[in-house]
Design a protein around this ligand. Structure first.
Ligand code: OFO
Length: 165
């Protein structure tokens, strides 16, 4: 049985995961519009992963006898100045999510809600992977700079990362 406070906190996270899904889907639209088809499909796939993050929270709440509540989701931004700027935002966003997961884990631990604490371990590990992934993309972008040919190759690479994962 989850406390009302933990239920509210988990619902906040559920809605934040929904926002992440929308953010990456919107980013994929920008990439596609600019001709970065590899980045577009990479982000589209990542948006689907975020929906899984959302679904896990939905199921946990439901299985624990609490009510998942889908609130209104803020609209994501729609344009960026460059592919590098866009991926800077993905990393910053993932850092924000990591801090939210850490706060949740802390709340679960300090209220002796070990079931939720245990459930959140999956997210702790996942955030480590997510930050690593987006950092890798940013490192690649920093290597090639903003020149056309380099960006073309990075875009192809992102498309490959998508099919390999
Ligand atoms: Fe990208 O990890 Fe969920 O939000």
């Amino acid at each position: 049985m989850l406390t009302a406070e933990m239920t509210a906190r988990l619902n906040d996270q559920l809605n934040l995961e929904f926002f992440s899904a929308n953010l990456y889907l919107q980013m994929s639209a920008w990439c596609s519009d600019k001709g970065f088809e590899g980045a577009a499909s990479f982000l589209k796939m990542h948006s689907r992963e975020e929906m899984e993050h959302m679904q896990r929270l939905f199921d946990y709440l439901s299985d624990a006898g609490s009510l998942p509540v889908l609130g209104s989701i803020a609209a994501p931004p729609v344009s960026w100045n460059s592919l590098a700027e866009l991926f800077e935002e993905t990393l910053n966003h993932e850092k924000l999510i990591t801090s939210k997961i850490n706060e949740l884990a802390h709340a679960a631990m300090t209220t002796q809600d070990y079931s939720t604490f245990n459930f959140l371990q999956w997210y702790v590990a996942e955030q480590h992977e997510e930050e690593k992934l987006f950092k890798t993309v940013l490192d690649k972008l920093a290597l090639v700079g903003s020149k056309g040919e380099g960006l073309f190759l990075i875009d192809k690479d992102l498309g490959r990362m998508n099919t390999e994962s």
